[in-house]
Design a protein. Structure first.
Length: 252
């Protein structure tokens, strides 16, 4: 029986029109022999706007639920995560060819790694792409390194949480994504790094679409008081997890 990598996507009505591009990027993936992907798409809410954009493919599962934000949608989607690994793919983003195989190679090759990330490019409305400054060297990321960098660089991590591929058991042990109105994926990234080593691939693994309707472009996302509160709880969680003796893998 093939082993599965589960690709989890939270979607709401404004971003539904990008689902075909995300699906096309999945279909371009070539997995190692004995592996397959299962795309779990979870609508954040219940509307008639999303389903028409969901591909008719037996490898795709679509569900709806009460609105609670992308972190809630992704976490409830874990109920259908029937595989060893969970890969994040936001509805408006695209995977680059080969990224799933690279994630699997890193995590299957070293049981001491809990998660993997990749280099990310912003995908601009005109189709051009822009890279990020400060990408780390390719290779392992030691526990605590992301919190240190994030704290010293105005709450910007050196790797992008939208590119995460995570061991399913570790993701469940940490409770999935944080219950925050935004930065829930950053909170997960820092929690992962507090408890386990990770991996960074310097090959581009994700095209991160920039468009006016995305959540991170809204004024509420940069509200100073809310941002300060989000960052405070993200940091506090990571620091408390780092203090506990539990590590991944168990006994490490």
């Amino acid at each position: 029986m093939p082993r599965r990598i589960i690709v989890v996507t939270a979607v709401h009505a404004p971003s539904a029109r990008f689902l075909p591009d995300a699906y096309a990027s999945l279909c371009r993936q070539e997995l190692p022999r004995g592996w397959e992907w299962h795309w779990v798409v979870q609508e954040d809410g219940k509307s008639d706007a999303v389903a028409p954009h969901v591909p008719d493919d037996p490898r795709v599962t679509f569900r709806q639920g009460r609105p609670g934000g992308p972190g809630v949608a992704r976490t409830i989607a874990l109920s259908r995560a029937d595989g060893d690994y969970v890969k994040v793919l936001d509805a408006d983003d695209q995977l680059t060819p080969g990224v799933l195989a690279r994630d699997l190679a890193a995590l299957e090759g070293d049981r001491g790694l809990g998660w993997a990330t990749s280099r990310v490019l912003d995908l601009l409305p005109d189709g051009s792409t822009v890279g990020f400054e400060g990408d780390p060297e390719a290779g392992p990321i030691e526990r605590g390194a992301i919190l240190d960098f994030w704290t010293a660089h105005d709450f910007r991590a050196q790797v992008h949480p939208a590119s995460l591929c995570v061991r399913r058991d570790l993701l469940l042990a940490l409770g999935g994504w944080m219950a925050l109105p935004a930065s829930e994926d950053t909170g997960l990234l820092l929690a992962l790094n507090a408890t386990s080593r990770g991996w960074f691939s310097s090959e581009v693994g994700l095209l991160y679409r920039k468009w006016p309707g995305q959540v991170t472009s809204q004024a509420s996302h940069v509200d100073a008081a809310e941002r300060a509160a989000r960052m405070a709880v993200v940091a506090a969680r990571a620091r408390e997890l780092a203090r506990f003796p539990w590590r991944y893998p168990a006994g490490d």
